[in-house]
Each structure stands twice: as structure tokens, then as C-alpha cells.
Design a protein around this ligand. Structure first.
Ligand code: SAH
Length: 256
């Protein structure tokens, strides 16, 4: 008999863990008309296996159809834990990384987050996931081609409270500040001061940041090594935690 997969012992809300579906029974995504929920449930199960516990994040990941955000030639890979090209040299982040970052961003909050700023809209996938976790999502992209692609991708979903902005996210977006949370999908040399300024007291920022050059000089900015950084803003100042190594596209200034 096949062994049943183990479920995490702690399930805080009413989210019911989906049953894994054997691969043979899963309809592989073939086009936009497919019923992809079974494949997505498999993905969610894998995320749980990787240690994602936040039921709100898992539920949001199970709701958003990632295959609608990638090129038709890549639809078959849409639910694998891999980043995929979205044009203009950019990528949609791996589901594992998206869910990990969103879990950190939520930090176990009982309900939805308030206003959230996302830097790097890309194809709009993470903004769609965020829309289920926050009351307002301000997502900013510097590349016009991707900003427009995200707008097309999100139009038919009619998500509430998602604002897509074309601009340089290094400056944040002061009109929506202060933000309960800020998340970046591109990594720079440091966290821009504008983001820290626009974060609410009690808010949290999650971003990839280039690792500094160590004294032996073997690994530095040139290698593209980045670490995931969590910053908490308190009335006493900011507290920064450096977590695991990650690989994101570079944070660049200006519009293109
Ligand atoms: N969250 C996206 C991931 C896109 S990759 C998704 O779900 O698809 C990161 C994106 O950050 C790229 O599209 C890149 O153009 C954008 N980016 C890089 N620097 C930026 C900046 N300063 N302001 C806004 N967007 C930026």
C-alpha cells in the first residue's frame, strides 16, 4: 500500500490541506481552458513539504493560476518549483521562494495585511497572490513591457485593491505609504532608504540583497550572490535578519 503523506501538525485556520494527486491522474496544463486545480494542489503539497506552514499563504498559492502568467510554450512547467522567463530578461520567481517570502512577510498575522508595496511586478503573478493576503497591493515595475503584460494578465482576474504602477521602485511609492509590508522581487546592493522610510512602524520588509565582499574576496557583488533579508521597523529603529542565499534578478534604477 502506498504510504500517505504526512500533514503538518499545526493547521491554524480552516484551510483544508489538499490531497495529493498521483502524477498519472493529473491533467497537465495544455492551454488556458484547462482545469489546473489538481496540478496546483500538488504544487501546494510540495510547498508544505518544503516547510511552508502559513495556511493563508498556501491557500493563496492554491488559488492563483500560475500557468496564466507564463508563455504558452512554458505552460507545462508552470507548477514546477522553478523560475521561468517572462521576457525582457526577467523571470517569474519560483513558487517555493514566493511562498517563503510571503510567509515571512505575513509573519503569522491573524488576518489580512493592510497596504503592501511590491517592487518588481514582472508578470504580475506575485501581485495576484498578494491580493489574497492584503487589502491593498501597490506593485511597481520599471519595464513598460512587463508593466503592460502584468496589466493584461491581471485584467480578467478582476482582483480587488491591486494597483499596478510604472516607475522606479527604488524610490518606493510615497503616495501609498506607510505600508504594512514591503516585498522586493529584485535584489540590489542595499535596501533603499526610501523603502525603510515608507514602511509603517510595526511593518516588515522582505528583500533579496547582494552579499558584501568577504575579506578573502572570493564571493562578492560580481558573483550575484544574494541573501534574503527581513527588516522589522519598530519605534526603536530597524532590526535586520539575514536569512538564506537566494537568486533574484538585479534591482536597477530608472525606467526602461
Ligand atoms: N514578482 C514578479 C517577479 C518579477 S522579476 C513576478 O511574479 O513575475 C523582478 C522584476 O523586478 C523584473 O520585472 C524587473 O524589471 C523589476 N525591477 C528591477 N528593478 C526595479 C526597480 N527599480 N523598480 C521596479 N521594478 C524593478
Amino acid at each position: 500500500m502506498k504510504q500517505r503523506p504526512t500533514f503538518p501538525a499545526r493547521m491554524e485556520t480552516s484551510f483544508v490541506a489538499p490531497k495529493p494527486v498521483p502524477l498519472a491522474q493529473v491533467n497537465q496544463p495544455e492551454g488556458l481552458g484547462m482545469d489546473s486545480s489538481a496540478v496546483r494542489q500538488r504544487m501546494v503539497h510540495k510547498l508544505m513539504g518544503q516547510g511552508v506552514r502559513d495556511t493563508q499563504v498556501l491557500e493563496a498559492m492554491s488559488r492563483v493560476e500560475r500557468h496564466r502568467f507564463v508563455d504558452s510554450a512554458l505552460v507545462n512547467q508552470a507548477y514546477e518549483d522553478t523560475s521561468l522567463p517572462i521576457g525582457l530578461g526577467q523571470t517569474i520567481s519560483k513558487p517555493g521562494v514566493v511562498s517563503r517570502m510571503l510567509e515571512l512577510l505575513r509573519n503569522g498575522a491573524p488576518g489580512k495585511l493592510g497596504r503592501v508595496l511590491e517592487i518588481g511586478t514582472g508578470c504580475g503573478y506575485q501581485a495576484a497572490v498578494l491580493s489574497h493576503l492584503a487589502t491593498e497591493v501597490y506593485s511597481i515595475e520599471r519595464l513598460r513591457g512587463l508593466h503592460e503584460k502584468a496589466r493584461d494578465n491581471l485584467r480578467h482576474l478582476r482582483l480587488k485593491g491591486v494597483h499596478l504602477l510604472l516607475g522606479d521602485g527604488m524610490l518606493g511609492y510615497p503616495s501609498g505609504a506607510p505600508y504594512a509590508a514591503i516585498i522586493a522581487a529584485a535584489g540590489g546592493q542595499a535596501i533603499p532608504q526610501a523603502w525603510i522610510d515608507q514602511l509603517a512602524v510595526g511593518g516588515r520588509l522582505v528583500a533579496p540583497v547582494a552579499m558584501g565582499m568577504p575579506p578573502d574576496g572570493r564571493r562578492g557583488a560580481g558573483s550575484g550572490a544574494q541573501a534574503l533579508v527581513v527588516m522589522d521597523k519598530t519605534s526603536q529603529g530597524v532590526r535586520q535578519t539575514v536569512l538564506e542565499t537566494v537568486h533574484f534578478v538585479p534591482l536597477k534604477s530608472g525606467l526602461a
